[in-house]
Design a protein around this ligand. Structure first.
Ligand code: AMP
Length: 304
């Protein structure tokens, strides 16, 4: 979208403050904390949808001040075409957040986040070895880097993330624990479209046919949950039934479909209530991921 040169420098949109300068953002937070306010933070890459808004609502329930960041983080994209295509709807996002009693938006520019010559990296090993880490080399270093930087810039008390990006939640938790980051992390449930498709900024890039094909992800997760609820505990059998859904759906290239343990994301042979079914697939030229915890009721169609 066309943007003017410096749309954000201390902009006020319907009483909502938009900060682009990390130092100003931090000064504001320091002043708020001095007044005894608890600061909630929702990091996003924009193109906001009801999934993001559910994190805002969770923050509003638990904190006094909610700050949403909007920053399309280049270092977490392993595919330059994906970064190029990523939807950017900054002014719509600002308008949306201005209606939600968000207290401030933090939308730093790229050179404020990555100054020339930056030479530090944040690498979380182990839990990043497989799945997203395998299919998107470097992705989680970019995520850990930007989350740590945003935490340092905003200095929130509590930060809110979505279960939709399950492996990311483990990476953030690991980093926070390993580096003694003084931020509490909350994980909120995945919000879905009425037909089950997990909400994602990338859904806007799907053609109508691909959007229909993309339902295979939530369909096979729902099937896995149903098989588990009916007493099936053989992870191989559950996986095979999930894979059969993909075989029936042309135009979708499955990257992984499997059942893992919730802490390390190692594949399991015996399904338990806390096992996580995880999926990644390319639908047309859009890559989608989704997951569900087998023993948890996931509102497949109505949680909007
Ligand atoms: P993103 O803008 O894609 O980086 O996502 C920002 C935050 O929103 C991350 O913590 C995501 O896990 C979360 N999120 C994205 N989609 C959903 C969804 N459908 N339901 C709940 N949270 C989501």
């Amino acid at each position: 979208m066309a943007e003017s040169k410096d749309p954000l420098a201390d902009t006020v949109v319907n009483n909502l403050k938009v900060y682009d300068d990390p130092r100003k953002m931090r000064d504001v937070v320091i002043a708020l904390r001095a007044q005894g306010r608890k600061i909630g933070f929702v990091p996003t890459m924009g193109a906001l949808h009801a999934g993001h808004l559910s994190l805002v609502e969770a923050s509003r329930r638990e904190t006094d001040v909610t700050i949403v960041s909007i920053f399309v983080n280049p270092t977490q994209f392993s595919d330059p075409a994906d970064l190029e295509r990523y939807p950017r709807t900054l002014f719509l996002d600002m308008a949306l957040l201005s209606q939600l009693s968000v207290n401030a938006i933090f939308a730093p520019k790229q050179d404020a986040v990555y100054p020339a010559g930056y030479s530090t990296s944040v690498v979380v090993s182990g839990v990043t070895d497989r799945w997203e880490g395998e299919f998107r080399p470097g992705h989680f270093s970019g995520v850990a880097m930007v989350v740590l930087k945003l935490f340092n810039m905003v200095q929130p008390d509590i930060a809110f993330f979505g279960q939709k990006d399950y492996q990311q939640t483990l990476v953030v938790r690991r980093m926070v624990e390993d580096l003694n980051v003084p931020v509490q992390v909350r994980i909120c449930p995945t919000i879905r479209e009425r037909d089950g498709l997990a909400m994602s900024s990338r859904n806007a890039l799907l053609t109508a046919d691909d959007r229909e094909r993309g339902l295979v992800l939530s369909r096979s997760l729902k099937l896995a949950s149903e098989l588990f609820a009916a007493g099936e505990r053989d992870a191989t059998k559950i996986r095979q039934r999930m894979l059969a859904q993909f075989e029936k759906t042309p135009g979708v290239t499955m990257e992984y479909v499997t059942l893992v343990d919730p802490a390390q994301m190692n594949e399991v042979s015996h399904a338990r209530a806390d096992s996580v079914a995880i999926i990644a697939a390319r639908v047309g030229n859009v890559r989608l991921i989704d997951n569900c915890i087998l023993g948890q009721v996931d509102a497949w169609t109505t949680n909007r």
